[in-house]
Design a protein around this ligand. Structure first.
Ligand SMILES: *[C@@H]1O[C@H](CO)[C@@H](O)[C@H](O)[C@H]1NC(C)=O
Ligand SMILES: *[C@@H]1O[C@H](CO)[C@@H](O)[C@H](O)[C@H]1NC(C)=O
Ligand SMILES: *[C@@H]1O[C@H](CO)[C@@H](O)[C@H](O)[C@H]1NC(C)=O
Ligand SMILES: *[C@@H]1O[C@H](CO)[C@@H](O)[C@H](O)[C@H]1NC(C)=O
Ligand SMILES: *[C@@H]1O[C@H](CO)[C@@H](O)[C@H](O)[C@H]1NC(C)=O
Ligand SMILES: *[C@@H]1O[C@H](CO)[C@@H](O)[C@H](O)[C@H]1NC(C)=O
Ligand SMILES: *[C@@H]1O[C@H](CO)[C@@H](O)[C@H](O)[C@H]1NC(C)=O
Length: 433
């Protein structure tokens, strides 16, 4: 009997405990549910800032005026006429007694590296960059990837970025994945001129042969060179942050292709600055602009309006070439800290992917320079590709990029139109500055 009573006691205690635990559970469920609906929703919205911006841009694209598919006749556009002059300047061969490299440097000013119509000696300078005799080859130590510094007879220097990938190679992964694309550097030069941002130093395709490299390489570089015993090709891995002996670049049929980039003279002081819309380069961390579409308010408090308009010009350029790696930008101190666009090699990676978030400065600030907008509109309806290919055939070849990349250029240009129209539709006042 005593035992039984005891059991009854335990039974009540057990029931009471179960009841209490249930109550606690129900309370906790409600507690967390409440937290989730308030915090969860806003983090979703924030986390999704780039996603929602992209959806709005695509929506705007679907409503985009069909007029954006129609080209403007050249004779009706002063911009297209100016591009014709540029084209003829690219063709021209200057036969005067002039120091072409010096002239190229002397034309640079706070408005950019050359006038928008080029210079009468542009074509000849490009030709010289492709053919000048190299007297010394060094390992350029700046940056994270392998770069060579070629010196010509007159001491003019040229940066050389070797070709790592075939033109048809598609780079998957992050927007900044892979090694530099030499053809991206060359394309960026021509596209910058078409878009009206003459801020990329001249870049040409240059082919080095193995004897030339071997003959001119300095001791430091030679130490990283060897002949592959199987292929008999010369390989070099150089010295840089990512350079590894196991990962060399090798000649093909004793030739090494790459991009030769006009090197600004050392007296021009280039200063690197952090880009406010830079990425974190850490998959587990998002930058503030990625989660906050009001980020421009913060930038406006820190940068003057002309610089913000620069960021917007640059993001349009970067979006079109597919470069999501502009974490820093360079300014030239002598020229009122004007921006120049160097290091464009992380472009033309994947022609099937548009990284809309590169446009964040544009869709978050929703302003654009009037002259940039006029320029962009003037190359609509396929003119962009036409002008680009007409330029490329002069010194390079249109097969520098594949057809899907040309399609991507036109597609992204239309996404820029869609973004600007979206901004204008959302605003009472003119977004054109
Ligand atoms: C953003 O939100 C949409 C719709 O709510 C969802 O389908 C998508 O997966 C989200 N994207 C990310 C990256 O969280
Ligand atoms: C912009 O607004 C106009 C007028 O409200 C509308 O007809 C047009 O479709 C909108 N365009 C875009 C791209 O949203
Ligand atoms: C290059 O240009 C500068 C500035 O105009 C001039 O002083 C210099 O003499 C020029 N050098 C050569 C080699 O022509
Ligand atoms: C030589 O080239 C072959 C073919 O590309 C490659 O498989 C091999 O690893 C190379 N050898 C060395 C030592 O780099
Ligand atoms: C991100 O987080 C995952 C899982 O916690 C981890 O494995 C990975 O190393 C992290 N990546 C970086 C770049 O910190
Ligand atoms: C130099 O840059 C500042 C800041 O963008 C600008 O206000 C000023 O007008 C510029 N000066 C010249 C001479 O262009
Ligand atoms: C647009 O105009 C309305 C009425 O004039 C005004 O109340 C509103 O603040 C304006 N919005 C913006 C973003 O300027």
């Amino acid at each position: 009997m005593i035992y039984l009573r005891c059991y009854f006691k335990y039974y009540y205690v057990l029931l009471l405990s179960i009841f209490l635990v249930l109550c606690l559970n129900i309370y906790l469920v409600f507690f967390f549910l409440k937290e989730e609906t308030s915090i969860g929703k806003s983090t979703l919205l924030n986390y999704n800032a780039s996603y929602f911006a992209t959806q709005n841009i695509l929506n705007s694209l679907s409503k985009l005026d069909k007029d954006y598919d129609l080209p403007i006749p050249t004779e009706e556009s002063s911009i297209l006429k100016e591009l014709e002059v540029l084209l003829s300047n690219l063709k021209l061969k200057f036969n005067g007694d002039i120091d072409l490299f010096n002239a190229t440097i002397n034309i640079m000013n706070k408005d950019g590296l050359m006038p928008l119509y080029g210079t009468p000696y542009l074509g000849s300078t490009i030709n010289l960059l492709k053919t000048s005799e190299i007297i010394k080859t060094y390992n350029a130590l700046k940056g994270t990837q392998l770069k060579l510094l070629l010196m010509f007879k007159n001491n003019q220097e040229v940066l050389f970025k070797p070709k790592w990938y075939s033109e048809s190679k598609i780079i998957y992964g992050d927007v900044y994945a892979g090694k530099d694309r030499y053809n991206g550097e060359i394309m960026a030069f021509y596209i910058s001129l078409i878009l009206g941002f003459p801020r990329v130093p001249i870049v040409v395709k240059r082919i080095l042969d193995s004897t030339e490299i071997h003959k001119t390489a300095n001791i430091g570089l030679k130490k990283t060179m060897y002949i592959n015993s199987t292929t008999k090709e010369m390989c070099l891995y150089g010295k840089c942050f990512y350079c590894k002996r196991e990962d060399p670049v090798c000649t093909k049929s004793e030739r090494l292709e790459g991009a030769a980039i006009f090197h600004l003279p050392p007296y021009m002081k280039l200063k690197q600055r952090l880009h406010p819309w830079r990425r974190t380069y850490n998959e587990n961390k998002t930058a503030r602009w990625e989660t906050d579409n009001n980020f421009c308010t913060y930038v406006k408090a820190t940068f003057d309006s002309e610089r913000i308009l620069d960021f917007i010009d640059i993001c349009i350029f970067d979006f079109i070439i597919g470069n999501g790696d502009r974490h820093r930008y360079e300014v030239i101190e002598q020229f009122n800290n004007t921006i120049i666009l160097i290091d464009n090699g992380k472009s033309f990676g994947n022609p099937y992917k548009d990284h809309t978030d590169i446009l964040a400065p544009l869709y978050q600030c929703c302003i654009i320079r009037q002259k940039t907008w006029e320029r962009l509109k003037s190359i609509k309806g396929g003119t962009f590709t036409n002008v680009l290919q007409n330029m490329l055939v002069i010194h390079e070849t249109i097969s520098l990029i594949t057809l899907p990349h040309y399609n991507a250029l036109e597609r992204r240009l239309k996404l820029v139109y869609a973004t600007v129209t979206m901004c204008q539709n959302q605003s009472n006042e003119s977004i054109f500055k």
